[in-house]
Write a new protein. Structure first.
Length: 146
């Protein structure tokens, strides 16, 4: 089962895709939109259809204490809209510190790009971390027999 991971920020949307077995997440792309404009849901729909995605996982931007932020409400609204449009399940995963982890990982491999390109790569890498958390948790539940 292919799963799409989404890191939904205020300016960019990082995307990641699982392998067909639903085991490994890989960065896919980054979509950009302007504040106050509608999010590019049609572009996400096209990516879902093109890649045979069966489920979507969105990162939930909890604060450091684990409480929901105002932005969590917006992410949930967008997730519900995507799920409704595509008639598919949408799950949410705690995304705390994924952008920091993604940035460190990209720098550790020596990737040098302009600031704008680097931010897009960080967002896609963060989406991959979000998706991998979900895939790993799902695998752990399957192995326990839950």
């Amino acid at each position: 089962m292919r799963v799409l991971g989404v890191d939904f920020g205020e300016r960019r949307i990082g995307l990641a895709l699982s392998d067909p077995s639903g085991t490994i997440a890989s960065p896919l792309d980054t979509l950009v939109y302007r504040r106050g404009k509608r999010p590019p849901l049609r572009a996400i729909e096209e990516i879902v259809r093109t890649n045979g995605v069966e489920r979507i996982v969105l990162g939930l931007p909890l604060d450091l204490s684990g409480e929901e932020t105002d932005w969590c409400g917006r992410v949930r609204e967008i997730g519900e809209e995507i799920g409704r449009r595509l008639a598919m399940p949408v799950d949410y995963v705690d995304e705390r510190l994924t952008s920091v982890q993604a940035e460190r990982a990209l720098r550790s491999i020596g990737l040098r790009r302009s600031r704008r390109q680097e931010k897009g790569r960080v967002d896609a890498a963060a989406a991959a971390l979000i998706l991998q958390r979900w895939l790993d948790r799902r695998g752990d539940e399957t192995n326990r027999g839950d």
